[in-house]
Design a binder for this molecule. Structure first.
Ligand code: KG4
Ligand code: ZN
Length: 352
C-alpha cells in the first residue's frame, strides 16, 4: 500500500524542476539534514560529533550511532525552520544507505523510512560516495558529465570516469589505505588531533619538502594509488629520528607528506583526463578541501587547458546537500524510489 502511494506521488513530482528534496546523512560522525528546491540549497544543517570523538583519536562506531539518535530530530527540525517549510512541503525524502558505519547508517535509514511511511511520500536511497561527486552539480551549476573525477575521502580514493549522471567507471583506485586515512594516521604519529587532514594542512604551512618520501608505482602505467608505503615511510622516519635522539622538523614532515600525496593524486587525475581526451576534472570528498591539492590541480589544469571544479569547503566534508543532490540527479537518470524494506549497506561500492 505505502509503495503504491509513494510511487504515484513520485510520478506526479519527478519531472518538476523545483521539486523539494529533504535528505539525511548519518554514515560516520556528522548528523546532517539538507533541503534542496530544485538545485537551490534551502537548508544545510550539520551536527558534528568531531569534538566527542577527538579524545579517542578517531570515530568510535557505537558512540557515533548513539549521538546520531540524539541529534537527528533536531537536525531535521532546524533544516525545516531554515527553509521555512513543514514536512508537508517535502516532495521526496532521501537518505544515505551506504557505505559507512553500519550502526550509524541505520539511524538515518530507520528515521527517514518512518517519516516517508507516515507521510506516504517517496524515498530515494543514496550512495554516500556518489553524493560527494553530485554535490558538485549544485556547487557548480554549469557542470555536466562527462568528466574525470578524483574521489578523495576518508574511506575511498579513486579516479572515476563520469560518463553520465549514473554511468560511472572506476579507472583507478587505492590498493591499500584511502588518502584521508593516511592523513589521519600520519597526523596521529605527529601527535595531532582527529581529524588529521586539516591539522596536517595547518602544520605544513611554512614547511618545505625537505624529507624524502617514496613515490609508489613510479614507473608503472596505472591510475591506481597506494598510500600505505608513504605512511610507513613517515612512521619509520619518526622512529629513526627518535632513536638517534634528533629533533624532528614536524612542519617539514607534514609538508613533505602532504606534498607527496597531493602530487600523486593530481598527476594521476590529469594524466587520466589527457589520456581519455576529456578537458574537465572534478574533485570530490573530504580531502578535496585540502588547499595544496586544489592549488596543484588548478595549476596543472591550467597548463593543459583543462577546466577544474570542486565544492566549497563546507560541501567537501560530509553533509546532506550532497545526498539531496545525488537523489535529484539520479532521478534525472531514471532512478526510482525504494520500498520500506530498505536496508543499510556498510560496504556499498562506488558504482552500486
Ligand atoms: O569525505 P569525508 O568527509 O568522509 C568520508 O566519506 O570518508 O572525508 C573525511 C576525511 C578525513 O580523513 C579528513 O582528515 C580529511 O577528509 N580531510 C582533509 C582535509 N579536511 C578533511 N584532508 C586533508 N586536508 C584537509 N584540509
Ligand atoms: Zn564522506
Amino acid at each position: 500500500m505505502y509503495f503504491d502511494e509513494a510511487n504515484k506521488y513520485f510520478d506526479m513530482v519527478k519531472d518538476k524542476e523545483d521539486k523539494i528534496i529533504l535528505a539525511v546523512e548519518s554514515s560516520c560522525d556528522e548528523t546532517a539534514c539538507a533541503i534542496l528546491k530544485g538545485k537551490e540549497i534551502k537548508a544545510n544543517i550539520i551536527a558534528s560529533q568531531i569534538e566527542i570523538h577527538k579524545r579517542f583519536g578517531g570515530v568510535v562506531p557505537e558512540i557515533a550511532s548513539r549521538n546520531h539518535i540524539m541529534a537527528i530530530q533536531n537536525c531535521i527540525d532546524q533544516a525545516l525552520a531554515e527553509a521555512n517549510m513543514t514536512l508537508d512541503d517535502i516532495d521526496i525524502f532521501a537518505v544515505t544507505y551506504g557505505a559507512g558505519l553500519l550502526g550509524a547508517l541505520l539511524v538515518g535509514v530507520s528515521y527517514i523510512k518512518a517519516l516517508a511511511f507516515a507521510l506516504n511520500k517517496p524515498l530515494m536511497a543514496v550512495n554516500h560516495i556518489k553524493g560527494h561527486i553530485a554535490v558538485n552539480y549544485v556547487a557548480n551549476l554549469e557542470l555536466k558529465p562527462p568528466y574525470i573525477c578524483l574521489i578523495a575521502s576518508g574511506g575511498h580514493t579513486a579516479i572515476a570516469h563520469i560518463r553520465d549522471y549514473e554511468d560511472i567507471e572506476i579507472v583507478g583506485t587505492t590498493q591499500d589505505d584511502a588518502c584521508g586515512e593516511a592523513f589521519d594516521k600520519v597526523a596521529r604519529v605527529l601527535g595531532l588531533e582527529y581529524p588529521g587532514g586539516p591539522q596536517i594542512q595547518k602544520l605544513a604551512k611554512g614547511g618545505k619538502a625537505s624529507i624524502e618520501i617514496p613515490t609508489p608505482y613510479k614507473d608503472v602505467d596505472t591510475y591506481d594509488f597506494s598510500f600505505s608505503g608513504i605512511k610507513t615511510a613517515v612512521i619509520n622516519y619518526v622512529h629513526k629520528m627518535e632513536q638517534k635522539g634528533e629533533e624532528i622538523n614536524r612542519q617539514d614532515l607534514a609538508y613533505s607528506f602532504q606534498d607527496k600525496v597531493t602530487s600523486i593524486m593530481v598527476n594521476n587525475t590529469i594524466r587520466c583526463a589527457l589520456d581519455k581526451g576529456i578537458n574537465k576534472v572534478v574533485i570530490a570528498g573530504g580531502v578535496g578541501s585540502n588547499e595544496m591539492l586544489r592549488e596543484k590541480m588548478e595549476k596543472a589544469s591550467k597548463k593543459h587547458k583543462i577546466d577544474v571544479f570542486y565544492p566549497p569547503i563546507k560541501l567537501c566534508t560530509d553533509n546532506a546537500v550532497m545526498i539531496a543532490s545525488e537523489a535529484y540527479h539520479s532521478i534525472l537518470a531514471g532512478k526510482r524510489p525504494v520500498d520500506i524494506d530498505l536496508d543499510a549497506n556498510a560496504n556499498l561500492k562506488i558504482t552500486d
